[in-house]
Write a protein that binds this ligand. Structure first.
Ligand SMILES: [Zn+2]
Ligand SMILES: [Zn+2]
Length: 386
């Protein structure tokens, strides 16, 4: 291990207790997409106290932030997420993602302050609304990544995978409008919008037999009427549609849209289809950065690590990876619990999860050190078209 990596490790270890507390506070105050006010305050105050230059509400997005140290290029970026899920709290462990981003940043700052400091600067990007809302897409549109040379984040998961194959996703919200009527006295006067929602649901379920194994379609009915004695005049369904690439996703979305439209025709309802968020693109993991991360994570003691594995989830980090060389490794916490369950929420705040998070943070810091100190490495990374 080079001494720079030793400096990063020692500093992260010296801050372990504070980092645990930071993550614990996030976990105890789960906040939803674009409403991460407490997290924004907590993280920016912490980073300012640690000597970073902090820009709150970065690029005009209220709960985004940027914390920088040093100046010039290369500019290496570690990314924090901190939004939670409705009803089930930090069931995706984004409290740990924030902890890892801050920890890696602290370690790298110590390296940039050392006597052997490599040239370059460090950015910690606070990115809200990953769980729907596409926070990173808006940050990209606002220019947040124009001066970033490489970016990375880690994500807690049931297993450890350096290059998870995360796929593209789009959301479609469909509103059916029918006509209310007394459901017992004059049902023939009504146009049943809930029937349209149910027909769309079952048509999509039938379509699933003809879908590729790599495609995913899943949805909920968010409005199914007001009262059983009124023929529902309005219903709303919300669907996620996923495929390995944006092109394949458009093919699938067209098939799903036909199911939505058929249900409107069958029931005589009006239909309105909305796409509330920008599309999340598939994740493109940079292979050189992945190799460095794999090597560093192995040296730090991660075991049972796969280089690649299928993960049919999606992330707005995918969009970042299309414009900046990036990695988004997953690391194991818990004992088999899976994301978006109450069980995962529970394991996202255990001492073991914090320990794994700090190891993943060190692996990110070491990967950045390798990029900053290995001649020609950044050029090699950037040569690969993202
Ligand atoms: Zn999630
Ligand atoms: Zn997540």
């Amino acid at each position: 291990m080079t001494s720079l990596k030793g400096i990063a490790n020692a500093f992260i270890d010296s801050k372990a207790q504070e980092l645990f507390q930071l993550s614990d506070k996030l976990w105890k105050n789960p906040e939803l997409a674009f409403k991460e006010f407490k997290a924004h305050e907590l993280l920016t105050n912490f980073l300012e106290k640690e000597g970073f230059t902090v820009e709150r509400s970065y690029t005009g997005i209220e709960t985004a932030f940027r914390a920088t140290f040093g100046s010039g290029r290369p500019n290496v970026c570690v990314i924090c997420e901190y939004d939670a899920l409705p009803e089930i709290g930090h069931a995706c462990g984004h409290n740990l993602i924030a902890e890892a981003g801050v920890a890696a940043g602290l370690g790298l700052k110590a390296v940039l302050e050392s006597s052997d400091a490599p040239k370059g600067m460090l950015t910690i990007m606070g990115t809200p609304a990953e769980e729907g809302g596409a926070g990173k897409v808006f940050l990209i549109e606002n220019g947040a990544f124009v001066d970033i040379d490489i970016s990375m984040m880690v994500h807690p998961f049931p297993s450890t995978i350096v290059q998870p194959s995360m796929i593209a996703v789009k959301q479609l919200d469909v509103t059916y409008t029918g006509k209310a009527a007394h459901a017992a006295a004059f049902p023939w006067e009504g146009v049943n919008a809930m029937d349209a929602a149910v027909m769309a649901y079952t048509s999509i379920s039938a379509l699933r037999q003809q879908m590729k194994p790599t495609w995913r379609v899943h949805g909920i009915i968010t409005n199914g009427g007001a009262k059983p004695n009124i023929i529902p005049e309005k219903s709303v369904v919300s669907y996620n549609i996923r495929a390995p690439t944006s092109t394949e996703l458009e093919t699938l979305a067209e098939k799903v849209t036909k199911c939505f439209e058929a249900a409107a025709t069958a029931t005589g309802c009006q239909i309105e289809i909305r796409e509330p968020n920008p599309m999340y693109l598939n994740l493109k993991s940079n292979p050189f950065m992945s190799d460095l991360y794999f090597k560093n994570a192995t040296e730090l003691g991660f075991t049972e690590m796969s280089m690649e594995a299928e993960v049919s989830a999606s992330t707005d980090m995918g969009n970042v990876s299309h414009i900046v060389p990036s990695i988004h490794p997953c690391y194991a916490i818990g004992s088999g619990e899976v994301n978006h369950t109450r069980e995962f929420t529970a394991v996202a705040n255990t001492p073991e999860a914090h320990t794994a998070t700090l190891t993943a943070a060190k692996a990110m810091a070491h990967t950045c050190i390798d990029v900053l100190t290995t001649g020609g490495m950044l050029e090699k990374i950037k040569l690969l078209k993202n």
